[in-house]
Design a protein around this ligand. Structure first.
Ligand code: HEC
Ligand code: HEC
Ligand code: HEC
Ligand code: HEC
Ligand code: HEC
Ligand code: HEC
Ligand code: HEC
Length: 339
């Protein structure tokens, strides 16, 4: 059974309640803060000036039909130049989205609007290629060859998932953006909690206890950004294009139980730590349910490395990267991708 619920944190965030900022949380919660600061989530956005990828690749170029794009570093600035037979468009890049595990996409301003760059940097290529969302289209003008104009909702959502504090009253305020996912992205605004803790009034403003969430509630919380089951089930992409939406994939697995905490996101992932990449480390998570004496089925094929066979890594078209299919299952050779 699935219960679809929106958790308070998101609602509060959109209502624009007061943000304290990670550095304030760090004064009392040093362990979580130190741990979290090095994760891709914490580094999901940077200014173009601070982007390691742009620093390390001072001259990038890409050809698409008649259009030639170059991103050239000059001092602390990276400038995008697009040329065709007659025209040239030159803009400084402002923001670098994504740590770059898979790739990094740029945002710039042109005639008062924010644009998402049509080209992105891909780690596996060490070079530029089309941004995923741009693959199905052909540019009709030099502006379109440079990027996609974002409307105010699109820009708000983009920054809302990759940064903290920039969205209030449902609108984006770029000057308030604190780059990267922050404590309050998951925990909700903490200003009241901070004030109460400073005066030693522990009862006055407790933070919501996220450790008490069930599988479905946790999926909805992480799904604010990783997308919820219902978002993908209703309007999400079909086929392997939805492999990166873990809350959706996981809920479609026979292992999933909305009320069982052993299958929630944080049963397998430390929300404050880096992603565990040794698959053997996940075996104990499976064994919490699939072990002798639990009454559940046991594997006759192998005793270790469960995720290696039952959570296959699949190539996401256009991303030049693989994602782990969270629809835990028996994978049969030659089978179609289960939607
Ligand atoms: C002045 C010190 C102080 C600051 C600053 C502070 N906290 Fe806390 N926090 C505490 C103390 C003390 C507790 C334990 C109180 C309790 O048991 O309810 C706590 C508890 C928590 C909990 C535990 C809730 C649970 O699961 O029981 C969370 C989450 C939390 N804080 C998040 C934050 C965040 C996010 C920030 C920054 C916005 C922050 N805190 C800033 C002192 C602080
Ligand atoms: C405010 C938005 C947001 C929320 C909420 C969020 N994430 Fe993320 N998460 C991201 C973004 C953005 C990235 C991509 C970061 C990058 O690589 O640039 C990411 C990446 C990750 C990664 C990959 C890290 C790696 O090393 O590749 C894991 C694992 C992850 N998130 C787990 C979670 C879990 C578990 C939750 C809920 C407890 C959660 N996330 C909640 C935005 C969010
Ligand atoms: C609903 C939340 C959400 C929105 C809106 C969103 N992202 Fe993301 N983004 C994520 C999450 C979660 C990930 C990590 C998992 C993945 O790759 O899908 C991610 C990953 C990425 C990555 C790859 C990061 C890496 O390390 O490989 C890039 C680049 C990126 N986003 C750029 C953007 C840009 C640019 C926009 C706005 C035009 C945007 N995103 C809008 C949530 C979001
Ligand atoms: C990606 C979402 C996410 C982010 C970002 C995040 N937390 Fe948490 N935090 C959680 C979840 C989920 C739990 C409950 C853990 C569990 O499932 O047992 C938690 C638990 C806590 C607790 C309770 C004690 C514990 O460790 O279980 C504290 C304190 C806390 N977080 C502080 C912070 C601070 C400070 C930051 C910023 C540096 C932060 N968190 C960033 C999701 C997040
Ligand atoms: C039963 C364990 C398990 C659960 C539950 C789980 N994951 Fe994962 N997750 C994994 C494994 C295994 C990997 C692959 C780690 C590796 O090889 O790098 C992974 C990888 C990821 C990644 C990195 C990108 C990718 O696809 O490889 C993200 C993001 C992620 N998980 C998010 C989530 C979210 C959000 C939830 C809750 C909806 C969740 N996971 C629940 C086991 C789990
Ligand atoms: C919360 C408990 C729980 C966890 C954790 C869990 N499973 Fe399951 N799993 C189940 C249940 C329930 C079923 C349904 C069949 C049954 O009763 O055993 C199932 C079924 C399966 C099946 C058979 C699926 C099919 O298509 O017939 C496989 C394979 C499987 N699990 C592997 C895993 C692996 C690998 C992990 C760890 C990455 C894992 N499970 C984690 C509860 C769980
Ligand atoms: C080498 C690949 C591989 C590894 C590693 C692996 N499995 Fe399996 N597993 C399979 C195959 C293939 C089947 C289906 C054939 C069968 O029924 O035995 C299966 C079946 C299952 C089933 C369903 C059994 C049934 O009676 O229907 C469960 C549950 C399961 N595995 C869990 C696990 C767990 C937990 C682990 C880690 C301890 C694991 N698997 C490791 C390949 C693997």
């Amino acid at each position: 059974m699935r219960i679809v619920r929106t958790i308070a944190a998101l609602t509060l965030q959109l209502a624009g309640l007061a943000w304290a900022g990670d550095s304030v949380c760090a004064t009392c919660h040093r362990q979580q803060a130190q741990h979290f600061a090095a994760t891709p989530m914490a580094l999901a956005l940077s200014t173009a000036t601070e982007s390691d990828i742009l620093r390390q690749h001072p001259d990038l170029s890409f050809q698409e039909g008649a259009y030639r794009s170059r991103i050239v570093r000059s001092g602390e600035v990276s400038v995008l130049t697009v040329t065709d037979a007659g025209e040239t468009l030159t803009v400084p890049l402002l923001w670098a989205f994504g740590r770059g595990q898979a790739g990094q996409t740029y945002v710039f301003e042109h005639n008062g609007n924010l644009y998402e760059s049509r080209i992105s940097f891909y780690n596996a290529l060490g070079a530029l290629d089309l941004t995923m969302g741009a693959m199905g289209s052909r540019p009709q003008s030099i502006e379109q060859a440079a990027g996609r104009k974002m409307d105010s909702v699109g820009a708000r959502d983009c920054f809302g998932c990759h940064s903290t504090g920039g969205v209030s009253q449902g609108r984006l305020h770029v000057e308030g953006v604190s780059p990267g996912v922050g404590c309050e992205s998951c925990h909700g605004p903490g200003e009241k909690h901070v004030a109460a803790m400073k005066t030693g009034d522990l009862a006055a403003a407790k933070m919501p206890r996220l450790s008490a969430l069930g599988a479905e509630e946790m999926s909805e919380m992480c799904g604010q950004c990783h997308r919820t089951w219902s978002q993908i089930a209703s309007t999400g992409p079909r086929g392997v294009n939805n492999v990166r939406f873990q809350p959706y994939r996981l809920a479609n697995s026979k292992c999933y139980d909305a009320a069982d905490r052993r299958i929630r996101c944080t049963a397998c992932h430390d929300p404050h730590g880096s992603l565990e990449t040794s698959l053997v480390k996940y075996d104990a998570k499976c064994a919490a349910c699939h072990a002798a004496g639990t009454g559940r089925k046991i594997c006759r094929t192998a005793k270790a490395n469960c995720a290696g066979c039952h959570m296959p890594k699949l190539e996401l078209p256009g991303a030049h990267a693989q994602f782990t299919d969270h629809q835990i299952r028996i994978v049969k050779a030659g089978e179609a991708y289960p939607n």
